[in-house]
Design a protein around this ligand. Structure first.
Ligand code: EPZ
Length: 420
């Protein structure tokens, strides 16, 4: 397993370009199953997760190509039974269920397990598909869904932690081919869901209420191929903002959509980080001390759970006490123990991390436990004095395109150490 060796203490300086969004690309690829025509997706990040999704689509009978950031998918013939092990390994694969059921009226998909950040149930996905007429059974580790036909309905998709991102995408995709009108109430408003809606509209779907908690879908008989550019990855952009701020750097970020991460920009500014629009780009810099700040993760447009870990790494540098409360996933603090190895003073109290910041971090060997936790450890390593070895970075490779070369171009001393 590969690791990153980081020699910290160098302010990041220069320019970086943000890749396409992983969390948009995954459901977008699944949406291509809704038609027998060819769909083209541009600006797809080259990641182990996107490559994995293509393998899943191929295991269902689709023909795929991935070249220079452009993916083409042609699902002319399709089977409704996915490879158990492939699907089980990636939670994002649950969003093939809606398209398969809509197109074939039958789908058997392995049940995705929990993961390190929480139990991650799929009850809302199943509730939504059942409301459209799907008969769902869980058997032998599989979700088996069948329907004579799908019919529009009004579906409330809010759960105990608010709306569901992939659940909304799943029902949106299924409803696009259902008979009649579907109204999704308490729909997720994340830009990735809106991107899926734009793609579906490009395929001929009729959807109203984009970006709002009420989506109205008027089903159509058939969808056709289309060509679509994936939105920029707001989580990658925020990760680079945190890294620049943590190292007292000065970085010009290209290709991001700052309107997608207003809550993070607001908190960065509250902490004393400078953000300035320069044409279509965003400059992030810090000269003075960081101030502590309190954060609660929330559904969009609130502070994203996917930036919580990176922000904790940043707040370790802020002089004073910050409180970070995680409201989306119950156990998303695995990075805290690793940051403490580097000298961070953090206590976990229920859903909150209390960070006493301001003491310099010192490099240490640490273990990445999930994608965003890994990004937090990289940020801490870049800011720390001395050497940090971040082990198990395969998590990072799932979601950050060429992270080490982007950081090297900003002056960071970071090397990939290949493991067996
Ligand atoms: C997406 O996961 C993202 N993954 C996650 O990003 C992200 O953290 C999450 O949305 C929240 O923003 C992808 O897009 C591939 P949810 P998703 O359903 O859709 C509960 C990353 O690091 N819930 O919105 O699976 C759930 O337990 C990853 O890039 C139910 O109760 O998340 C959680 O508390 C990690 N029942 C909350 O809803 C359900 O049926 C939000 O989860 C579904 C979810």
């Amino acid at each position: 397993m590969d690791s990153f060796l980081i020699k910290g203490g160098i302010p990041l300086q220069g320019e970086v370009t943000i890749s396409g969004s992983k969390n948009a690309a995954l459901p977008l690829m699944a949406a291509a199953l809704l038609t027998a025509d060819t769909c083209t997706l541009r600006r797809v990040p080259d990641l182990s997760d996107t490559r994995f999704m293509l393998r899943i689509l191929e295991s269902l009978g689709a023909e795929t190509r991935f070249e220079n950031g452009t993916v083409t998918i042609r699902a002319a013939s399709l089977r409704g039974f996915g490879d158990y092990d492939l699907i089980r390994k990636m939670r994002g694969s649950i969003c093939i269920l809606g398209p398969l059921l809509a197109r074939l009226k039958e789908a058997t998909v392995s049940l995705p397990g929990g993961c390190i950040i929480g139990t991650r149930p799929i009850d809302l996905h199943l509730k939504g598909l059942a409301a459209l007429g799907g008969r769902i059974e869980i058997e032998g580790g599989y979700v088996k869904a069948k329907a004579k036909k799908l019919e529009g309905n009004t579906i409330f998709l809010g759960g105990r932690a608010g709306p569901t991102v992939l659940g909304t995408a799943n029902i949106l995709m299924a409803a696009a081919l259902a008979e009649g009108v579907t109204v999704i109430e308490s729909a997720a408003c994340e830009p990735e869901v809106t991107d899926v809606a734009h793609f579906l509209i490009g395929m001929g779907a009729k959807i109203q209420g984009l970006g709002s908690p009420t989506l109205t879908i008027t089903g159509v008989r058939e969808l056709h191929g289309t060509d679509h550019e994936v939105i920029p990855d707001r989580i990658e952009a925020c990760t680079f903002l945190c890294a620049a701020a943590a190292t007292k750097g000065d970085v010009l970020v290209h290709g991001a959509k700052p309107e997608h991460f207003g809550a993070v920009s607001d908190k960065l500014q509250e902490a004393g980080v400078q953000l300035k629009r320069e044409g279509a780009s965003l400059r992030v810099s810090r000269s003075g001390r960081l101030k502590p700040t309190d954060i609660t993760t929330l559904p969009y447009a609130g502070f994203p759970t996917d930036v919580q870990a990176q922000f904790i790494a940043l707040l370790c540098q802020a002089h004073g006490t910050s409180v970070v409360t995680e409201r989306i996933f119950e156990s998303r603090f695995m990075h805290v123990a690793e940051l403490m190895r580097m000298g961070a003073e953090i206590a976990i109290e229920g859903p909150s991390a209390i960070i006493k910041g301001g003491r310099p971090l010192s490099g240490a060997p640490v273990m990445a436990s999930d994608l965003r936790a890994s990004a937090a450890l990289v940020i801490a390593g870049l800011a720390a004095e001395g050497e940090t070895m971040v082990n198990r970075i395969y998590h990072l490779d799932r979601g950050y395109e060429r992270m080490e070369s982007k950081l090297q171009a900003l002056g960071a001393n970071i090397q990939r150490v290949e493991g067996e």
